[in-house]
Design a protein around this ligand. Structure first.
Ligand SMILES: [Zn+2]
Length: 334
């Protein structure tokens, strides 16, 4: 689950990113990871690099690569000057068709006037989910315009993967939308019966230093507490959790098996967001921990590194295959 694509302006694919995006720390990480620091960065280089990582992974068979739709205003008009990253569904659906290991993670803005056609196109092309980042795409998940969208997602059992918590990679053009990254705004979707996947388990990125986002994690725990009695189809992904700052939240999730059973957790990476092996680990003594750190350090493939670090947290092994079960329920149009 949960790998990102992004490219500078490219006429053929339609991809683009804003100048502001290239000033974010995440952009620097992208340059470093793809070995493009001193080179001219272009879509062909990024694509080749990413497919190399995906195809050479020893532990990960399939990867959900995420598109990201443009910003649309409440009247349904596209707002390219407010968009910081655009990855069209059409580009990634072609890529997924050519690569057995790539699954299409679609992104359709619910405010666009032609949302139904675009969603239909994604389903025809075997999308496995729809991704939103409320702060970057300027989406309020409780906006009335989302209701028909949710009904369609329910009809097809297409999961909604929604970013939650702080977003440091893709900027926003309207600070008031940062609030909508709080998972509490997903209650409407859940009540409508949508399969909702909360990205990053709503963990603050910089631990307690992320003072504005402690509530997001609290709301995440609350949603899971209420999920059973409300019959919600609620899941969470483990993307970008391999960081020392997220250790305490991983512990809390692991200690809360009653409300957050392994069957609700989906293995994910968030590549090319960088990871660290200095995080929650189940090693019982220093030497087994050192062996673990060395093994991760000696592993070259970033998806394999992510796998080893999450494996070292000792969740139930079902987390590695839960996504496949969820995707098997999708009712594709014939
Ligand atoms: Zn992400």
């Amino acid at each position: 689950m949960h790998l990102h694509f992004g490219a500078p302006e490219d006429e053929e694919s339609g991809c683009y990113w804003s100048e502001e995006f290239t000033k974010q720390p995440a952009y620097l990480a992208l340059l470093l990871l793809t070995g493009s620091l001193c080179k001219k960065i272009d879509i062909h280089h990024i694509r080749k690099h990413l497919l190399g990582v995906i195809n050479r992974s020893k532990y990960v068979d399939k990867s959900v690569l995420l598109a990201l739709d443009q910003v649309y205003d409440e009247t349904g008009n596209v707002q390219p000057e407010q968009t910081h990253l655009f990855v069209p569904n059409s580009y990634l659906s072609d890529l997924a068709k050519e690569n057995r290991r790539v699954l299409l993670g679609a992104s359709v803005h619910p405010y666009r006037n032609d949302w139904e056609d675009e969603l239909e196109f994604c389903l025809q092309n075997k999308a496995v989910l729809c991704k939103w980042i409320p702060s970057s795409q300027l989406i309020n998940p409780e906006h009335p315009k989302c209701l028909p969208f949710y009904k369609k997602l329910v009809d097809y059992k297409l999961p909604l993967l929604c970013h939650t918590g702080p977003e440091y990679a893709i900027p926003t053009s309207d600070e008031t939308y940062v609030e909508y990254n709080n998972p509490k705004y997903l209650r409407t979707a859940l009540d409508e019966g949508v399969v909702v996947i909360i990205a990053h388990c709503a963990m603050p990125f910089f631990g307690l230093l992320d003072v504005d986002y402690q509530d997001d994690f609290g709301e995440f725990l609350k949603l899971f507490e209420e999920a059973d009695q409300n019959n919600w189809n609620l899941f969470a992904d483990l993307s970008a959790i391999c960081s020392p700052f997220r250790t305490r939240y991983i512990k809390i999730i692991k200690e809360n098996l009653k409300n957050i059973p392994a069957s609700k957790l989906l293995y994910a990476s968030d590549y090319p967001i960088p990871l660290s092996e200095l995080t929650y680990n189940k090693s019982t003594n220093f030497f087994s921990w050192l062996k673990f750190v060395l093994k991760v350090r000696l592993t070259k493939n970033p998806l394999d590194k992510n796998f080893l670090v999450i494996k070292g947290m000792e969740f139930d092994d079902s987390i590695f295959t839960n996504a496949a079960k969820l995707f098997a329920n999708i009712q594709y149009p014939t």
